[in-house]
Design a protein around this ligand. Structure first.
Ligand code: ADP
Length: 474
């Protein structure tokens, strides 16, 4: 083994998930094992995870962790080497990881500081004969872990802080400094203080040995006010220690050869059958390209632009199938659009994993007009399925799709359509380009083949993390 890594997070597939963070945390241990790194994942023992404790071993205990007894359990669960922090006063409750139906848990600062504290203790002292060389903290929930490690003695352990979405910063009142066991002398603007209060994400960003985010372009964007959301200066100040590493997708789960009508780049007839089935399922039948959207319906995702651009796209022969939930105003806007163009536009409001697979298999193109996108997964599913991504040039979208131009087309490397800025004019022009490409079946097939060749698995990402860990320890 090249080394040991403790990964600390609040979510991990297949145990607990609210977003893409969970996919990454769950995929990394397997991908890193192939690179020779042993990664254990530490999570809170939420109520729905406590059932696993009986198959695990208690390896550490503190009778007074932020107001109650805490016990750390180790074991292999669902193929993962897991450390579960059981602290019933903090985690044994109804609701999601962060909130109940009443809203966010008011003691979230304590809940995730406790997780971070124990992670730092394990990293510093080891537990049950296991001591990591690297502490890898994910998002604001684990942000205090590198800080504790820095302030209470790292003993050779290096730390990495990964930003999956900078919009969530882990704010806490300054009055909690003492209760959260943070040293008073660190309450200044170059360390823990954040606009008069605390931010656990900032704490991680100023104290970790290295910062990563989930795409190279997002890493650069985060140094600008429009994207950094108040933390741009902190990241800029550390830019020599910031890098972007793209996420991957699970190639077995997202596999055109494992669909109801299997297909591969060499024989696309299965995709045509999937398209026909999808058209029937949605009750639409466009003569031009069938675009899909599988997304949270929010402003971040640029969904509000669809009503502005789809009428012209329909005029060019295009059709649109939307699957999503989110902002009620945007849900209504999608329904109005479907009402406006029966037979061309249809919408399903809801979350449906199976339908999303059928859409990637049957669609001709996937639209991702995001205003910001740390990495993004749906454009990668699009590449894998030959469902050409039409994306805004931001974050991971810019890093994964090679935009169609006379030069990229001549070189045979274009994998989709990329537009900039994220506005209706540029988006509309991108859709016109897509329709023109569709009208030339030979050119379309060439772009489709290039898209399906594009590597989107975890291997290069895991290699990049492994290289980073190696550099930190060198
Ligand atoms: P984000 O994490 O910002 O929502 P990503 O593109 O990184 O965006 O990941 C979103 C994931 O959720 C993808 O796997 C996408 O297919 C899935 N998804 C989003 N909305 C739906 C839905 N309504 N039904 C099924 N899957 C969805």
């Amino acid at each position: 083994m090249a080394g040991k890594v403790l990964s600390v997070a609040s979510e991990c597939v297949p145990l607990i998930k609210t977003g893409g963070l969970a996919d990454v945390v769950g995929a990394l241990p397997g991908a890193l094992a192939d690179q020779g790194w042993e990664m254990r994942v530490m999570l809170p023992a939420y109520r729905k995870l406590r059932g696993h404790l009986s198959q695990m071993v208690e390896v550490w205990r503190d009778d007074h962790l932020f107001g109650g007894v805490a016990r750390l359990f180790a074991g292999r669960v669902e193929g993962l080497d897991l450390l579960l922090l059981d602290a019933p006063h903090l985690y044994d409750r109804d609701g999601g990881p962060y909130n109940s139906s009443w809203g966010d848990f008011p003691d979230n600062p304590q809940r995730f500081a406790a997780l971070s504290w124990v992670a730092a203790v394990v990293a510093r002292d080891g537990v049950a004969g296991w001591k990591p060389e690297i502490l890898h903290a994910h998002d604001w929930q684990a942000g205090f872990a590198p800080a504790y490690l820095r302030y209470f003695g790292a003993r050779g352990v290096k730390s990495v802080m990964t930003i999956h979405n900078i919009a969530f910063q882990g704010w806490a009142p300054a009055a909690l400094m003492g209760e959260l066991r943070l040293p008073g002398e660190a309450f200044h603007s170059d360390a823990l203080e954040y606009y008069g209060n605390l931010s656990s994400l900032k704490a991680g960003l100023v104290t970790a040995d290295w910062i990563t985010t989930v795409s190279p372009t997002y890493a650069e964007e985060l140094m600008r006010p429009a994207f950094g959301m108040g933390l741009q200066g902190v990241i800029e100040a550390r830019k020599a220690n910031v890098s972007g590493i793209l996420n991957g997708v699970d190639l077995d789960l997202w596999d055109p050869e494992a669909t109801e009508t299997p297909y591969a780049a060499a024989n696309m007839s299965g995709k045509l059958r999937a398209r026909a089935a999808l058209c029937a399922e949605f009750g639409i039948d466009p003569p031009g390209p069938l675009a899909i959207v599988v997304s949270r319906l929010t402003d971040q995702k640029g969904i509000d632009l669809l009503p502005q651009v789809i009428p012209d796209f329909v005029e060019l022969g295009g059709g649109l199938a939307v699957l999503g939930t989110g902002d009620p105003a945007l849900e209504q806007a999608m329904q109005r659009l479907a009402g406006q163009f029966p037979g061309r536009v249809a919408v399903r409001l809801g979350y449906d994993e199976g339908l999303s697979h059928r859409m990637f298999a049957g669609g001709d193109a996937v639209l991702v007009p995001s205003r910001f996108e740390p990495c993004g997964l749906t454009q990668m599913y699009g590449l894998r399925f030959g469902t050409l991504p039409v994306v805004a040039a931001t974050g991971g979208l810019a890093d994964t799709v090679i935009g169609l131009s006379p030069a990229t087309q001549a070189a045979g490397v274009a994998t989709g359509v990329v537009f900039h800025p994220t506005d209706a004019l540029a988006f509309s022009q991108a859709l016109a380009k897509l329709a023109a490409l569709y009208a030339d079946p030979k050119a379309w097939a060439q772009v489709q083949r290039a898209a399906m060749r594009h590597p989107v698995g975890w291997e290069p990402s895991a290699a990049a993390y492994a290289a980073l860990y190696g550099r930190l320890l060198a």
